[in-house]
Structure formats: structure tokens, C-alpha cells
Design a protein around this ligand. Structure first.
Ligand code: ADP
Ligand code: MG
Length: 242
């Protein structure tokens, strides 16, 4: 099967720091991969390259077997790659509905060339998107700034689901969440498979990865040092390689 994402020989330097030292990784469509490793291993750098935040200094990325230029987060979005960070790129002073549609606002009509936002459609679709991920929020008009960390992650996940992202990248999404909110996020990751959404779940919590991912990839010092189906390995074995 043609991988949905393939990284070939990625290198990244931050001035003096060689953060990625030739990383190659293939991910099959619908596969849910856990990416683990100590702080500074290069996990975030790798996914920032996949999601268009940074460009690689060397190497290439293929999407569906074709060389892809992912120069901005918008390029990634267009390719169906959605990323959820520990601190989400949401605007706290805007409503849930507006945040769901950031970058994809539906326009009602053009008024002398200026599009008018279709507020009613955004509200209606947000209510559905939020219900679909089993989030119970009062109103799509509530400000994101008033939500808990877990609810914000929920809105970000609802956004990815609603727009049928093909690849969902979650970089430490459970940091600073309560135990209950964390298990909800783990549940989302677990549910990706059934929706045939490809997932890359970064976590320093090995248990969470083993609970929700079918494959575990470990990085250390800018390289991939381990890669196995979770059913064929154990937390102890992964740790021996870090
Ligand atoms: N914006 C940056 N500027 C300089 N160095 C960075 C930057 N981002 C990451 N690094 C360095 O690159 C290395 C890999 O970091 P990172 O990808 O964030 O690792 P991880 O997500 O696995 O903790 C670390 O040594 C880190 O200090
Ligand atoms: Mg990181």
C-alpha cells in the first residue's frame, strides 16, 4: 500500500543544534502511530516539518507517494494534515463556532467583492461537529477562552473530524489536562482507527501510547531508534532503546 506520509532522510538544524539526523518514516493510510522519546529527542521538530511549521534542511516528504511541498500550515491543511498541539492555535477571544472554521470560513455572498461570513451555517455545523465528538458544550457562541483545556482539545479534535482530515497529528495533547479529560483524549485517539483517520500521537506517557496506538516509534537524539507494532513489544523493550 502507498504510504499516506513518507519522510525520507529529514535533517533539521536549529543554528548549532542538529535536531533531526536523517529521519525516514512511512505511515500507512489509517495507521495510528505513537511517537515517543525523551525531551529534546526531536519529536516536535519532526511533526512540525510534517505540518508545515518548519521546512526541513535536507530530505523530503511524500504524501500519497508524491513529493509534497509543505511550506506552511495551510499547505498541510490542504493535504488533509491537521495538527493539535499542547497549546492550541485557537483564538480565545473568538467563539467556538469561529474557531472551528478558522481558515475555512464559509461565505454567504459576495458584497462588492467582500465575502460575508455565513454565521448561521457556522453555528449549525459547529453544533453538529461538537456533538459528533461527544463534547457537551453549552453553545457554539461560547468563547474558547472560557473553556477548560480538555474542552479546547475537544474543539480542535472536532475541527479535524468535521473537516475529514486524513492525518491527525497530536503533539502532547494531554499535557495539563485532568485525568478525566486525558482519558477522553485517549478515547479520541483510539477511535481514529474506526474512522480510518491516520494518527500520529506524541506522548511521553508510554501507557497512553500502548492503550491507543497500533505501532510505536521511538526517537532519541534526533533519530528513530525503535519501531514495532505495539502488540509485538512492551513498554520495557521501548525504554531499553531510549
Ligand atoms: N525553535 C527552536 N530553536 C532552537 N532549538 C530548538 C527549537 N526547537 C527545538 N529545538 C531543539 O531541538 C531539539 C529537539 O527538540 P524537539 O523537537 O522539541 O524535541 P521533543 O519534541 O522530542 O522534546 C532539542 O535539542 C531542542 O532544544
Ligand atoms: Mg515536543
Amino acid at each position: 500500500m502507498v504510504p499516506v506520509i513518507e519522510c525520507r532522510g529529514l535533517h533539521k538544524w536549529y543554528s548549532g543544534v542538529h535536531a533531526l539526523k536523517g529521519v525516514s518514516l512511512s505511515i500507512a493510510p489509517g495507521e495510528v502511530v505513537g511517537l515517543v522519546g525523551d525531551n529534546g529527542a526531536g519529536k516536535s521538530t519532526l511533526i512540525k516539518i510534517i505540518s508545515g511549521v518548519h521546512g526541513p534542511d535536507r530530505g523530503e516528504i511524500l504524501v500519497d507517494g508524491k513529493s509534497a511541498r509543505i511550506a506552511t500550515p495551510k499547505d498541510a491543511m490542504r493535504l488533509g494534515i491537521e495538527t493539535i498541539y499542547q497549546y492550541n492555535a485557537m483564538v480565545p477571544t473568538m467563539s467556538i463556532a469561529r474557531n472551528l472554521f478558522i481558515g475555512r470560513e464559509p461565505l454567504k455572498a459576495s458584497f462588492f467583492g467582500i465575502g460575508l461570513l455565513d454565521q448561521a451555517r457556522m453555528r449549525a455545523e459547529s453544533v453538529k461537529a461538537i456533538a459528533d465528538v461527544d463534547l457537551h458544550l453549552r453553545s457554539p457562541d461560547a468563547l474558547v477562552g472560557e473553556l477548560s483545556g480538555g474542552q479546547r482539545q475537544g474543539v480542535a479534535i472536532a475541527r479535524a473530524m468535521h473537516f475529514k482530515s486524513r492525518v491527525l497529528v497530536l503533539d502532547e495533547p494531554t499535557n495539563h489536562l485532568s485525568v478525566k479529560e486525558t482519558s477522553k483524549v485517549i478515547g479520541f485517539v483510539r477511535g481514529l482507527k474506526a474512522q480510518t483517520i491516520t494518527g500520529i500521537f506524541i506522548s511521553h506517557n508510554m501507557q497512553h501510547v500502548f492503550q491507543s496506538c497500533e505501532r510505536v516509534v521511538a526517537m532519541a537524539r534526533g533519530e528513530i531508534v525503535f519501531d514495532k507494532p505495539t502488540v509485538e513489544t512492551s513498554i520495557e523493550e521501548v525504554q531499553e532503546h531510549l
